[in-house]
Design a protein around this ligand. Structure first.
Ligand code: NOJ
Length: 768
């Protein structure tokens, strides 16, 4: 590219980026941001002009926190010594996993004061659901469908992390997944690209705010680009093999949506796409992300994923891995040391053109400038401020609010819930009921084990009843290490606590059983082939049921579980996920009716693991099953129905809602208004997530039977009615072809509105 073209390109991308940031800003503000961006570009160019090739490559190198930065410096022979030397020599541009201002300040000081150019480091951290004040796991938050609350949760996480010196989070994970066996579903927004896009945007806006240089914001990172949520058979780090249409219509939309609101970084992925590792995938990183979507932030590799291209059998050695990764558009190398070891030679040998290095470095410097690190590298390093902000009361209040909103009521027969507040003998059973760590879920790197309010503690705050606890059985063996780098030892056989639990259940009016997954049974590297209640918990549930049928089952888990027996037998079931520090308070308020639940499932719950992957937006086969007729040569199982246990979008309330009078109004050729009357038919106030789905009946590629294209969270007083209106435009009516072109095809559509994806209230329209 010649210089004139480069300048034009640069200017175009600055302008487009500024536009993305400023869709709602006043003209003066837009001008100010533009000139600020231009100033930044100018400063990047001047800095780049004085950097050696080694220094440039150093910016592209990221190491994990490798020694106590405030203790003695590593000596030769220490594992950390070489990396420490790299840091002092300006060969490190970023660090991750460094916790707290004092550590961060010490490392920043080395970068700023001991290296030739003093370029500040950017500190990344997995702030996945809160920093120290752990909020509900992302899948749980997604069940709220409450974009305001989700944005606030990310905003608080950013404020807290930034106060602790962090500049950048490796979140949000916007991978769509349909496979509950994959442990990382806990970290995403579930199975739907529309909901996933809205939630991804809310999280990015929450983390980044509208000024990255503010002390309260951090850069976000859309990960894992791309298709990591489709690892075959749900096995972690496995191969991905999916069709082009799924890539364009399911995988890409959330990534594209967050790019449109200016997410500053991307992380690539461990998996293959079309047999090319995502890290070395030029189509993904250059063609789509950087060229088509005009992304001008930087791409970080996933941990060691550049080096892993050799293990995949894509590169013959680390050197070729580095070459393939930079050519494909991976800008920063997380922990492979491939760039820092190999790029100088690759450039010298003419295998990698230096302008590729320049482009990567510019992207990294751009984000550092935007964060204000050049103005003051220590701007996020104030210990007094850190003390004041980290763990503050307001974060806990918001975490409680978010936790309540995340709970999904799955079943409530005979109005067993809410619990009566007086004169009840309540048995609380299950190790997870008293667990103060599991409710935090996975990805708790700065939070503390034991920092959650347990369900038992929450329930005990209601003094009118007698609350007695019996563990029944451990989920994990008590000596299990509570460390996410170690495998959990699951209790598969110890039932010695059953008798105590049986005795307690027998003399109680109601039994609250808290069962599910230990906090470390979902998350990275936690794939399961069996998604039932782990260990001896199913046996415990059935045993207690024999002596007392008044059971409220509170599920705490990081993925959909196949709880078919429970769903058929237990009268009340509450999906409480892993709700973070305020878990027990939130659950108690819901069980006692002080909070009326309104969560809806962001992922389908299967009847059995054999149905997985199972998702609502599937396509009709040539031989659709007709359940009532049980014909042989149909798309069905011989031992199970096709239906899920609980569909996507499902969730009950303590009140009831009715949907009536769907109206369709075509205001122009491709602008359709759909309205419905929603009534709260119960006796108390409640919230409902009104969902709109479409079905494009015929197309040049087959379209899903239902696709979510709108939703609204509505609060209604008892007996109140409200008309809810949605607008469908080309954006909602179109789709991507297998060539990646967005098209809107004339034809007939069904539209459905209701309180879950299995709603049947429908209408029809067509477009020209
Ligand atoms: C590997 C994970 O896949 C990624 O999501 C995470 O951000 C990095 N490790 C850093 O911890």
């Amino acid at each position: 590219m010649n210089k004139a073209i480069l300048i034009c390109f640069l200017f175009a991308s600055i302008v487009s980026n500024a536009q993305k940031h400023n869709r709602e800003q006043a003209p003066e503000q837009i001008m100010k941001t533009h000139s600020n961006q231009l100033r930044i570009e100018h400063r990047i160019d001047s800095l780049l002009g004085i950097m050696t090739l080694e220094e440039k490559i150093g910016q592209m190198n990221q190491y994990s926190g490798f020694w106590d930065a405030t203790g003695p410096t590593p000596q030769e022979g220490d594992q950390a010594a070489a990396k420490y030397e790299d840091l002092k020599n300006g060969l490190v541009g970023s660090m991750l996993n460094v916790k707290g201002v004092s550590q961060i300040k010490a490392l920043q000081k080395i970068a700023v004061e001991e290296t030739r150019l003093g370029i500040p480091l950017i500190f990344g951290f997995d702030v996945i659901h809160g920093y120290k004040t752990i909020s509900p796991i992302p899948l749980a938050e997604s069940a709220s469908w409450d974009l305001v609350a989700i944005k606030k949760s990310a905003q608080n996480a950013a404020e807290e992390a930034a106060a602790s010196g962090i500049n950048w989070t490796f979140a949000p994970m916007v991978d769509i997944s349909r496979d509950a066996r994959w442990g990382r579903v806990m970290e995403g927004a579930g199975e739907d690209p529309y909901l996933g896009s809205k939630i991804g945007v809310a999280r990015v806006e929450g983390f980044q705010g509208d000024n990255l240089a503010s002390r309260k914001t951090i850069a976000a990172c859309a990960k894992h680009f791309a298709a990591y949520g489709f690892v075959e058979s749900g096995r972690e780090y496995n191969t991905v093999d999916i069709g082009t249409s799924t890539v364009y219509n399911v995988v890409f939309p959330p990534f594209k949506a967050v790019t449109e609101v200016g997410v500053r970084t991307f992380m690539n992925a461990f998996n293959l796409l079309n047999d090319i590792p995502a890290t070395g995938n030029e189509f993904l990183q250059r063609d789509v992300l950087k060229n088509e979507w005009n992304f001008n932030g930087f791409v970080v590799s996933d941990w060691g994923s550049i080096g892993e291209m050799e293990t995949h059998g894509y590169a013959k050695n680390l050197k070729q891995s580095a070459e393939l990764a930079i050519k494909a558009g991976s800008d920063m190398d997380m922990e492979s040391s491939a760039y820092v070891k190999e790029l100088v030679n690759l450039v010298a040998e003419g295998k990698v053109e230096e302008h590729l290095v320049d482009d990567a470095v510019k992207r990294i410097l751009r984000v550092k400038f935007e964060l204000g690190l050049f103005e003051d590298p220590y701007r996020y390093c104030n210990e007094e401020y850190e003390k004041k902000v980290v763990g503050k009361k307001e974060f806990h209040e918001d975490a409680l609010d978010m936790a309540k909103k995340s709970i999904v009521l799955l079943k409530n027969e005979n109005n067993l819930l809410p619990l009566k507040k007086e004169q009840q003998k309540i048995a609380v059973i299950g190790a997870l009921a008293s667990d103060k760590t599991s409710p935090l879920g996975n990805w708790v790197l700065a939070g503390e084990n034991g920092s959650a309010i347990s369900v038992l503690e929450g329930l005990k705050q209601y003094k009118g009843n007698s609350i007695k606890y019996a563990k029944g059985a451990d989920v994990a063996l008590p000596d299990s290490k509570l460390n996410f780098t170690q495998e959990l030892d699951v209790n598969e056989s110890d039932t010695s606590g059953f008798s105590e639990a049986i005795a307690l259940a027998k003399k109680s009016d109601v039994v609250v059983m808290v069962l599910g997954e230990h906090g470390l049974q979902s998350g990275e590297a936690r794939s399961r082939t069996n998604i039932d209640l782990p260990g001896v918990q199913q046996e415990l549930l059935e045993t207690i049921y024999k002596v007392n049928k008044n059971i409220v089952l509170v599920l705490t888990n990081g993925r959909p579980l196949a709880i078919t027996w429970a769903s058929e037998n237990i009268p009340a079931i509450v999906e409480a996920w892993q709700l973070g520090v305020q878990s027990g308070n939130a659950i108690a308020q819901v069980l006692y009716g002080d909070y009326n639940p309104s969560g809806k499932l962001p992922m389908t719950f299967p009847r059995s693991v054999g149905q997985v992957p199972i998702y609502y937006n599937n396509k009709r086969t040539g031989r659709p099953n007709v359940e009532i007729r049980k014909e042989v040569f149909k798309s069905r199982y011989i031992d199970e129905t096709n239906e899920p246990l609980y569909p996507f979008g499902f969730g009950l309330s303590y009140t009831m809602f009715s949907y009536e009078h769907i109206k369709i109004n075509k205001t122009s050729k491709r602008n359709i208004k759909v309205s419905v009357e929603l009534t709260n038919t119960g006796t108390i106030k409640g919230k409902e997530v009104v969902q709109l789905y479409i079905h494009d009946k015929y197309g040049s590629i087959v379209r899903p039977l239902k696709e979510l294209k709108g939703f609204e969270l509505v609060e209604l007083e008892a007996k109140e009615t409200k008309t809810i209106e949605f607008t469908l435009t080309e954006k909602e009516l179109g789709f991507y072809t297998n060539k990646g072109e967005f098209v809107v095809e004339p034809g007939a559509f069904n539209v459905f509105v209701g309180g879950s994806s299995n709603t049947t209230l429908s209408g029809e329209f067509s477009i020209e």
